[in-house]
Design a protein around this ligand. Structure first.
Ligand code: ZN
Length: 183
C-alpha cells in the first residue's frame, strides 16, 4: 500500500513538472508570435521563479537596432529590474529556441538554475547542439537543462516564418523584374 502511494505521489510530481514546463513553453510560444507580428524572427522567452512569471521577452533585434536583443536577453534584463538583482537565483528560463553563445553566457552570469528550451538550433545552439556553455565544468556555474519541450510546435513556428519570408522575397524579386520589363 505504501509503495503504491509513493508510486502515485512520485508519478504525479513528474507529471506536474512536465505540465508546468508545457504551460510556460506555451507562454513563450505566444511571445514568439508577438515577435513575428513586429517583423522579428519568432523567438519568445519566459523567466519563472517559484512558479511565478518574473519576466517575459521576445526578439527585438530589428526594431531596437540591437544585435543583443534576443528574447532571452530581453527577459534577463527585465527580470533583473523586477528582482532588483542581476543574479536571477532559483529561476528557470523557458525559451522556444536553443540559446546562442551570447544568451547562454548571460544565463551563466545571471546564475539561472534551469534552462528549458523547445527547438534545437543545429547551427548556433550553445546548450548542447554546437557548443555547451550552459553546463560546462570549466565555468563556475552550471544550469540543469531540459530540451525538446513542445519541440515540434517551436520548430514549426520558425520554419513557417522562414518559408513565408522566402516566399515574400521571391514575390518582391518577381515584381521588380516585371517592373523592369515594363519600363
Ligand atoms: Zn541568443
Amino acid at each position: 500500500m505504501l509503495l503504491f502511494l509513493l508510486t502515485m505521489l512520485y508519478g504525479e510530481m513528474i507529471v506536474s513538472q512536465q505540465e508546468l514546463d508545457i504551460h510556460y513553453m506555451q507562454m513563450a510560444l505566444a511571445l514568439a508570435e508577438q515577435a513575428e507580428q513586429h517583423g522579428e524572427v519568432p523567438v519568445g522567452a519566459v523567466l519563472v521563479q517559484k512558479d511565478k512569471v518574473v519576466a517575459r521577452g521576445f526578439n527585438l533585434n530589428i526594431l531596437n537596432h540591437d544585435a543583443s536583443a534576443h528574447a532571452e536577453m530581453e527577459c534577463i534584463r527585465a527580470a533583473g529590474k523586477v528582482l532588483d538583482n542581476y543574479r536571477l537565483l532559483d529561476t528557470t528560463l523557458y525559451v522556444t529556441l536553443e540559446p546562442c553563445a551570447m544568451c547562454a553566457g548571460a544565463m551563466v552570469h545571471a546564475r539561472i538554475s534551469r534552462l528549458v528550451f523547445g527547438a534545437a538550433d543545429l547551427k548556433t545552439g550553445a546548450a548542447g547542439s554546437v557548443l555547451n556553455l550552459v553546463n560546462n565544468e570549466a565555468f563556475n556555474h552550471q544550469l540543469s537543462v531540459t530540451s525538446g519541450v513542445l519541440a515540434q510546435e517551436c520548430s514549426e513556428q520558425l520554419s513557417a516564418f522562414f518559408r513565408r519570408r522566402r516566399k515574400e522575397k521571391k514575390a518582391l524579386k518577381m515584381a521588380e523584374k516585371q517592373k523592369g520589363l515594363n519600363e
